[in-house]
Design a protein around this ligand. Structure first.
Ligand code: HEC
Ligand code: HEC
Length: 299
């Protein structure tokens, strides 16, 4: 009996030791990823100053790219999470008020952050879904920057976003919170899209949907959401929208309720922002979704 107990002690002690070694190793791998310096050639983008471009930027920020979901309504930022184990998630103050990026950012810093997910210090931004924003065209990105620079200043000093010990261990395995790791920084710029009620323009706008519904829009678990959050459904013709009309799709995105009466949780499906899309934009997205093969939900 004694001998068995002794063996159990040795085995469980060994296991705990192995787990500790694995955790420490992953912690160092995660920390190295956080400190990685990205040397990327950032191409300049023309930042217009005319009112029409600023309004275009405002519309893009609010209705299509849902920046306010994290950076708050006046874009002054907030502390969304502060946890000793996971760390601090504080989407920055995007205005020129105290604590805002407008104080120190030059045009190229905006491009580096929004298109490449890289901060002024050369390191990857955390939690910001830049992998989708890297698909925004030069003209639209220029308009977004023009709009951010025109914002009324908001004074709001925030702590830096950082990963706590547990989040670093997780980052050792999974890099998805480090936006710059998910982007091909040398990819050629896509051709400038032509706005219109067309499938192609819908494909361009759907960059925003791919953040959660996946690159192939067949749905699945959304990275960065808590484990009990709803999965993103399949929005190809293989999913529920396959049985909808165009008008039903538009009214789902405007009202957050599907034709079968399901109320979409706006915490996870940011339809409150998409409500502000124009009919033309929503119709273009519909044309694109309808043109996709009927894929299966991949869980
Ligand atoms: C899912 C949440 C989220 C969304 C959506 C989001 N951001 Fe961010 N953003 C963040 C967080 C978090 C940070 C701080 C990252 C850091 O410091 O590592 C940040 C930082 C930034 C920065 C500062 C980068 C730097 O170098 O410090 C800019 C600029 C920015 N966001 C612009 C935007 C714009 C423009 C949009 C919409 C096109 C947007 N963000 C949408 C979460 C978000
Ligand atoms: C931040 C994540 C996120 C983004 C971005 C997003 N969705 Fe969703 N979407 C979800 C989630 C999660 C659900 C399920 C919500 C629920 O069950 O309450 C959903 C549900 C839906 C539904 C209902 C489908 C069904 O089977 O009932 C449609 C349609 C939809 N989204 C379309 C879109 C379109 C179009 C876009 C881009 C313009 C988009 N979504 C962008 C997360 C997202």
């Amino acid at each position: 009996m004694k001998r068995i107990l002794k063996w159990i002690g040795i085995v469980s002690g060994g296991l705990i030791g192995l787990i500790l070694i694995a955790a420490v190793t992953l912690y160092f791998i995660g920390t190295a990823k956080i400190n990685k310096n990205f040397e990327v050639q950032v191409a300049e983008v023309i930042v217009p100053t005319d009112q029409a471009a600023i309004e275009r930027g405002e519309h893009f920020v609010e209705a299509i790219a849902f920046c306010q979901k994290c950076h708050t309504q006046n874009l002054g930022g907030e502390v969304a999470d502060d946890d000793p184990l996971f760390g601090v998630n504080a989407p920055r103050n995007l205005t020129s008020g105290r604590g805002g990026i407008g104080e120190t950012f030059s045009d190229i810093d905006y491009v580096r952050a929004i298109r490449h997910g890289i901060g002024q210090d050369g390191k990857s931004l955390l939690f910001m879904p830049t992998e989708i924003y890297s698909k925004i065209s030069d003209a639209d990105l220029g308009a977004i920057i023009a709009y951010l620079k025109s914002l009324p200043p908001v004074n709001n000093e925030l702590p830096d976003t950082s990963l706590g010990i547990l989040a670093r261990i997780l980052a050792g395995v999974d890099s998805s919170v480090l936006s710059a790791n998910l982007i091909d920084h040398d990819a050629p710029r896509p051709a400038e899209p032509v706005p219109g009620v067309t499938r192609d323009y819908g494909e361009y706008l759907a960059f925003s949907c791919s953040r959660c519904h996946g690159d192939n829009l067949a749905g699945g678990t959304v990275g960065g959401f808590e484990p009990d959050a709803p999965k993103a459904p399949n929005i190809t013709p293989g999913g529920a929208p396959g049985n909808w009309t165009q008008a039903q799709f538009v009214s789902t995105l405007r009202g957050g309720v599907t034709p079968s009466g399901k109320v979409l949780d706006r915490e996870f499906m940011p339809w409150l922002y998409f409500t502000r899309m124009t009919d033309d934009e929503l119709n273009a997205i519909w044309l694109y979704l309808e043109s996709l093969p009927a894929r299966e939900f991949e869980g």
